[in-house]
Design a protein around this ligand. Structure first.
Ligand SMILES: [Zn+2]
Length: 437
C-alpha cells in the first residue's frame, strides 16, 4: 500500500460509493453502545468512514463483523494494499473494505479553481489512479465526457473529471477547440501611431514589449483598459498607451497637394480651374454662382420650348458634402473606380458653384453614359455652349481629365469661352495647356 494509492481512494466516485453502502449489511446486531466504546479522537486518524461500515476480523466478507463503524467515524490506517485495509477504530483493530473509507485531507485543498474543460472522451475511457493500465480504475468517463487537463505523464494525462482527479490515456481524448473567433474578419485599421510606440503584452509599462510600432503604423482598436488600448498591429495583438494613438479620420488624406486658403484653385484668364491637379480649400464656400444659375434657367426654359425637359440633378456641393459623397463611392466601388467619376473633396467643380449636372425625363439615364444618346443629352451637346456651358468631361479624354465621359456634367465658363472651346474640340486642360492630374 503506497501513500499514493490511499489518496486515490479518497476520490472514488459517488456512483461507486452509493453502490458500496448499499451492500453493507445494515441489520447489524452490534452497536457502539453495546460495545461501550468511547470514541477517542485519535490524533493518528487517517481515514473516515463514508457510511456505516463493518469492521471485520479479517480481510474478507466471510470474516466476522466485530462492530459497525458509524458514518464519519475516524479510523487509523495500519496496513493493507488490496481492497481490505487493516485499521484501528478506537481501541479495536480489524479490517474494513477500503472503498468505504476516505482519507482525511491533511493539506488544505487549494482554492478550488474553476477548471474549464479542455478535452472530451472520444469513447468510454477509464479514469485511473495512476499513469498506467496497471493502476486501478476509479470510474469510467462516458463518451463525450468533458475533462480538464492538469498535467502530462508520458502518453497519460492527469485530468479532472467532475470532482475526480485521475489519469486517462491521452489517445482517448480530443482537445476541445477553443471557441474560435468565427471567420477571422479583417479588422479595419482605426488608429495610427503618432510616434514610434511600444506594443506590450499587458496594459502597463511593466509589461513586456512585443515590438515597436513605427510612427504612422496603423492599428485596429479591440478594447479599452483604462488609458491603454488593446489593439491589433499586423498579426500581433497587444497593448499600447492610447495617448500615442490618433484616430484615423473618415476621410482619406488627399494625395494631392493641399490647396492654399487664400488662392482658391487656379485661374487661367478668368476661368477658375478645378481638376485633379488643382483643388479648392475646404473654406471655399461660394454657393451657386448667380450668373451661372441665370444662364442655366434660361437654357432649361429654352429647351422646354423645344419639348426637351432638362432636370438639374446636382449643382453646388460644399467641400464637406463632396467629402461624404466621395468616401461613400470609395466604400461602394473602391478607390480606383470612384476616382474615375467622383472628385475628391476640394477637387470637385461643383464646389465652384459653376457646375451643374443635368438629366432628362428618364431617370434611368441620369449620371449614365447612356444619357448622351437621349433627346436631352443630344440637345445639350449641341446647344449648351450658347448659354455659356462647357461639356467638361468629354468622350475619349479620360487620360487628360482623369474622368470618364460625363455627358451630364456642364461647367459655366461664359458664352464666349464656351463657344470657342467647343469649336476647338478640346478640354479646358488642352485648350489652356494646363495639367489635368
Ligand atoms: Zn458633375
Amino acid at each position: 500500500m503506497t501513500k499514493n494509492k490511499m489518496t486515490t481512494k479518497a476520490v472514488i466516485s459517488t456512483a461507486v460509493l452509493t453502490l458500496a453502502i448499499s451492500i453493507v449489511p445494515t441489520g447489524n446486531a452490534f452497536s457502539n453502545i453495546e460495545f461501550g466504546l468511547i470514541q477517542a479522537e485519535a490524533s493518528t486518524a487517517t481515514h473516515v468512514a463514508k457510511g456505516n461500515l463493518n469492521l471485520r476480523s479479517g480481510g474478507s466478507l466471510k470474516d466476522k463483523i466485530i462492530l459497525q463503524i458509524p458514518k464519519g467515524g475516524k479510523i487509523e490506517y495500519i496496513s493493507g494494499s488490496g481492497i481490505w485495509y487493516k485499521v484501528k477504530y478506537g481501541t479495536t483493530t480489524g479490517y474494513v473494505h477500503s472503498d468505504y473509507i476516505t482519507k482525511i485531507e491533511t493539506v488544505a485543498p487549494e482554492t478550488p479553481k474553476e477548471t474549464s474543460a479542455t478535452h472530451f472522451a472520444k469513447s468510454n475511457v477509464n479514469l485511473r489512479t495512476g499513469a498506467s493500465t496497471k493502476h486501478e480504475i476509479m470510474l469510467q468517463i462516458p463518451k463525450n465526457g468533458k475533462v480538464s487537463y492538469i498535467s502530462k505523464s508520458g502518453i497519460w494525462y492527469k485530468v479532472k473529471y467532475g470532482t475526480n482527479t485521475g489519469y486517462v490515456h491521452s489517445d482517448y481524448l480530443t482537445k476541445i477547440e477553443t471557441v474560435a473567433p468565427e471567420t477571422p474578419k479583417e479588422i479595419p485599421a482605426t488608429h495610427f501611431a503618432k510616434s514610434n510606440l511600444n506594443l506590450r503584452t499587458g496594459a502597463s509599462t511593466k509589461h513586456e514589449i512585443v515590438l515597436q510600432i513605427p510612427k504612422n503604423g496603423k492599428v485596429s482598436y479591440i478594447s479599452k483598459s483604462g488609458i491603454w488600448y488593446k489593439v491589433k498591429y499586423g498579426t500581433k495583438t497587444g497593448y499600447v498607451h492610447s495617448g500615442y494613438l490618433a484616430k484615423i479620420g473618415a476621410a482619406e488624406p488627399s494625395k494631392y497637394p493641399a490647396p492654399s486658403t487664400d488662392t482658391p484653385g487656379k485661374y487661367v484668364e478668368d476661368i477658375l480651374i478645378v481638376n485633379k491637379k488643382y483643388a479648392l480649400p475646404s473654406t471655399y464656400n461660394p454657393g451657386i454662382n448667380a450668373t451661372a444659375k441665370k444662364a442655366l434657367d434660361a437654357m432649361i426654359a429654352d429647351a422646354k420650348k423645344q419639348s426637351v425637359t432638362l432636370k438639374n440633378t446636382s449643382s453646388y456641393r460644399s467641400y464637406w458634402y463632396q467629402n461624404t459623397l466621395y468616401n461613400n463611392y470609395v466604400k461602394k466601388h473602391g478607390k480606383a473606380k470612384a476616382d474615375r467619376f467622383s472628385a475628391r473633396p476640394g477637387h470637385s467643380e461643383h464646389q465652384t458653384g459653376l457646375a451643374f449636372d443635368l438629366g432628362g425625363v428618364n431617370q434611368a439615364h441620369w449620371f449614365e453614359e447612356s444619357f448622351a444618346n437621349t433627346k436631352e443629352g443630344k440637345w445639350l451637346a449641341s446647344n449648351a455652349h450658347k448659354y455659356g456651358f462647357h461639356l467638361r468631361y468629354q468622350k475619349g479624354k479620360e487620360d487628360i481629365t482623369g474622368y470618364m465621359f460625363e455627358p451630364w456634367h456642364f461647367r459655366y465658363i461664359g458664352e464666349a469661352n464656351a463657344t470657342k472651346i467647343k469649336a476647338s474640340g478640346k478640354t479646358l486642360e488642352e485648350y489652356f495647356d494646363i495639367p489635368g492630374k
